[in-house]
Design a protein around this ligand. Structure first.
Ligand code: ADP
Length: 355
């Protein structure tokens, strides 16, 4: 990634359908060579945003600019952007080579140059020998790679991928996420990638824009967002569900937060009604002394690397993942004792007004 050379600037986009706002003041940027993932639940406005950037839909308010020049009024086919959708819409009656060459033909590429480019992108996506294969004979993963080759072939200055792995099974998706990231970064491709899947978002993103009901909830690298979710919405969306409401009182070194389950010192300086996150990765199984929470294990399930346990602590359900090698994990119905360092395990993720 080439840092800090802004390619795309999206400013204060508003879009309404039938009096219902789909986007409400969305702003973000994409740097040259960067992959930005738009992440959010279904209906939060991801596809509408892509359509606006592509030039297929007009916003009521706001602007899109490329290299500082406004794109407003520039028709879709003049923007030089590529789109790849979940249903790849490959032509079933054409072979792989002709599918990949289609956009080049439409753009008037000369035959010899087009042939070279097709060979180049098929090599890039790992299908150098497949040019004459009928697309109907390919596996789901191979079809996905052909679709990627087709969208990369015309060298779009921005590639937009809308849930490109959505229809594939989990194992294949996990493999292709890595490959996709590799290919995009190898090409220095500037890209926007849309998904509702946090794992996929973190695997492919340089930066993530989390959307909530047509607004930007948080922007940052995957690490920044996972380490410091800025609201209970983002925390929940990332699977960080151990959220406790409490009352904070500012101290010299941070705050004391009183919750139903106890009072702890946290490093953030806040006061008033707050939401605190108990990070599942910072909680350990304890024996007797020095414990912070005592509860009843409700459920435990084995998922290969970890045991996921659900614990009831005075009527609050909390979830943790322990490494599968952890000895003496209690059985359902038994008492479980948990220890954690409040300074690292507890994070204030929002004031009451922003829940
Ligand atoms: P996402 O891609 O995140 O699932 P969308 O952008 O498809 O979200 O939709 C955002 C909101 O706008 C939804 O409430 C959806 O129902 C609405 N919407 C999207 N497209 C249209 C349309 N063409 N007509 C009316 N409402 C639409």
């Amino acid at each position: 990634m080439i840092a800090n050379m802004t390619a795309l600037t999206i400013t204060n986009i508003h879009k309404t359908y039938d009096n219902t706002p789909a986007l409400r003041g969305v702003s973000f940027t994409v740097s040259k060579g960067e992959t930005v993932v738009l992440l959010g639940p279904s209906g939060c406005g991801k596809s509408t945003l892509l359509e606006i950037i592509a030039g297929l839909t007009e916003p009521e308010q706001g602007t899109c600019a490329w290299n500082g020049e406004s794109l407003m009024g520039v028709p879709a086919h003049k923007r030089g952007f590529g789109l790849m959708f979940q249903d790849y819409a490959l032509f079933p009656h054409k072979n792989v080579r002709d599918n990949v060459a289609f956009g080049l033909k439409m753009a008037g590429w000369e035959a010899e140059k087009s042939k070279r480019r097709v060979a180049e992108v098929l090599e890039l996506v790992g299908l150098p020998e497949c040019g004459s294969r009928d697309v109907t004979t390919l596996s789901g993963g191979e079809r996905q790679r052909v679709a990627l080759a087709r969208s990369l072939a015309p060298q779009p200055r921005l590639l937009m991928l809308d849930e490109p792995l959505g229809s594939l099974d989990r194992t294949l998706r996990e493999r292709l996420m890595m490959e996709l990231r590799e290919i995009l970064s190898q090409m220095g491709q500037t890209a926007i990638y849309v998904t509702h899947d946090q794992v996929e978002a973190f695997a492919v993103a340089d930066r993530v824009v989390v959307l909530k009901a047509g607004t930007v909830a948080q922007t940052g690298t995957p690490q920044e967002i996972y380490q410091h979710p800025n609201s209970s919405f983002v925390a929940r969306f990332l699977g960080l569900t151990n959220l406790l409401s409490g009352r904070a009182r500012e101290t010299l070194t941070g705050a004391l937060v009183a919750t139903d389950l106890g009072e702890w010192a946290v490093p953030q300086r806040v006061s008033g009604e707050v939401m605190v996150l108990l990070r599942p990765d910072q909680v350990h199984l304890a024996q007797e002394s020095g414990h912070h929470l005592r509860g009843t294990l409700i459920k435990r399930s084995f998922s290969g690397n970890t045991y996921r346990v659900e614990v009831d602590v005075q009527g609050t359900a909390l979830r943790f993942d322990f490494p599968a090698s952890t000895p003496n994990i209690p059985q359902p119905g038994e008492t479980i004792i948990l220890s954690f360092n409040p300074q690292t395990a507890l994070q204030v993720v929002g004031q009451l007004a922003t829940f």
